[in-house]
Design a protein around this ligand. Structure first.
Ligand SMILES: Nc1nc2c(ncn2[C@@H]2O[C@H](COP(=O)(O)OP(=O)(O)OP(=O)(O)O)[C@@H](O)[C@H]2O)c(=O)[nH]1
Ligand SMILES: [Mg+2]
Length: 384
């Protein structure tokens, strides 16, 4: 019923035989543009649905109103953790979907889909804050109905030309190019609101650390490793001491061969945290917020007294929870291959380093000096 596409999942919920759906909204990190995709797909499948907000314990009433406004409808809200308003939501599900219904529980990862099913059925199910705890569709009997647990990421397979971008409607490479660049720009601009508060907080705290002689350490995996490297490079061009450590094996070689580090994520996390002192800043970058060595390095560095900053798309994740400050992008939805999130993270990183430079009064001339090659005498080839 679910098809694995590398790390991500296709959810053709139209084929799971559902007669109704509950769309769970994580009020703490609602990700409205992705929820709109879910709603569009529900409308297309003509499936009766009920929206309900979860994690009420983590937000104030203003946030609830804001999410409801953005989604253009009111819906019941609850906390599966504290139990607040859960009976009312359950009653609404029962009333809405008669006995014999097959109800698919939809929502972004960590919205509490499996938690809801566990609560209703009394079963002991796998629940956790790592993105993608549930990786298969699974059916559970409840009260004369079937509840179908689903995966927390929808890749819309009805858009066959969607890899990184949805090219539906584009006929020529020129149109595709224009669309791709517009979508990249949108990913940056829609992060303006979600990232601003964390960005300004991080900026002030990082400035303090740098003034007191601290350095920046950046880390990330895969595409986020490239973002981490670029931030470190920009730091160097503006005179900020910065070290970048990723899971790039070429970079980890001396350590990995000698000590076995990087064979498992815990070792790499320890290695990264070892390079961070209590004076320093660790910036952990992870689009998902669930990269093991990144969130663990952040936890360890924080324990040592370092300032920790997360750049991520997903707030309600181990990385989001472990860092002192979260700079949240809002570039989703993506196709199976994410591009806009990294573009947004690069823009955030560039802004961070350039504003730090401006605040420190670094001039263009000084910056050029940081970039000039500096020659020092070196031995002749072959002399040992
Ligand atoms: N604070 C808070 N946490 C909650 C609530 N409901 C669930 N959680 C937590 O949120 C995390 C995700 O819960 P799951 O039920 O695994 O979420 P899911 O939607 O099934 O996630 P995936 O399987 O990854 O798609 C877990 O750590 C839960 O304990 C709530 O009402 N409040
Ligand atoms: Mg689950």
């Amino acid at each position: 019923m679910s098809t694995r596409v590398t790390k991500k999942l296709v959810t053709p919920f139209e084929t799971c035989g559902a007669t109704g759906a509950v769309l769970l909204v994580n009020l703490y990190d609602p990700q409205v543009p992705t929820l709109r995709l879910f709603l569009e797909a529900l409308e297309r499948a003509k499936l009766p649905y009920l929206i309900t907000g979860n994690k009420l314990d983590l937000v104030d009433p203003r946030k609830v109103q804001q999410v409801q406004k953005e989604l253009g409808q009111e819906f019941p809200v609850m906390s599966l953790l504290t139990g607040e308003n859960v009976p009312a939501v359950v009653a609404e599900i029962e009333q809405r979907f008669p006995q014999g219904s097959r109800i698919v529980i939809l929502g972004i990862f960590n919205s509490g889909k499996t938690s809801l099913i566990a609560r209703l059925t009394g079963k002991d199910l796998r629940i956790g804050d790592i993105p993608g705890t549930t990786l298969e569709f699974e059916e559970h009997e409840w009260n004369g109905r079937v509840l179908i647990d689903s995966v927390g990421q929808v890749i819309d397979v009805n858009r066959p030309l969607m890899v990184g971008y949805d090219f539906t409607g584009c006929e020529t490479p020129e149109e595709m190019f224009e669309k791709a660049l517009r979508l990249e720009a949108e990913g940056i601009l829609s992060s303006l609101v979600t990232a601003k508060e964390g960005f300004l907080q991080a900026l002030a705290l990082i400035s303090e650390r740098l003034e007191r002689g601290g350095k920046i350490v950046t880390t990330g995996a895969g595409a986020s490793a490239l973002v981490a490297e670029e931030i470190a490079g920009q730091c160097y061009e503006t005179g900020v001491p910065c070290l970048c450590i990723t899971n790039n094996m070429a970079q980890a070689l001396p350590v990995s061969f000698a000590k076995g580090t990087a064979e498992e994520e815990g070792g790499l996390a320890r290695f990264i945290a070892d390079q961070v002192t209590e004076k320093d800043v660790l910036i952990g970058i992870s689009a998902s917020g669930g990269t093991g060595f990144v969130y663990e390095a952040v936890r360890l560095a924080r324990e040592k007294g370092a300032l920790t900053v997360a750049i991520t798309e997903n707030l309600d994740t181990p990385l989001g929870k472990n860092a002192h400050v979260v700079i949240k992008s809002n570039a989703k939805p993506e196709g199976p291959s994410s591009t806009r999130i990294q573009t947004a993270h690069l823009a955030i990183g560039h802004a961070l380093v350039c504003i730090l430079a401006a605040l420190r009064g670094i001039t263009a001339e000084e910056s050029i000096r940081y970039m000039l090659p500096e020659k020092i005498a070196t031995k002749k080839m072959g002399i040992k």
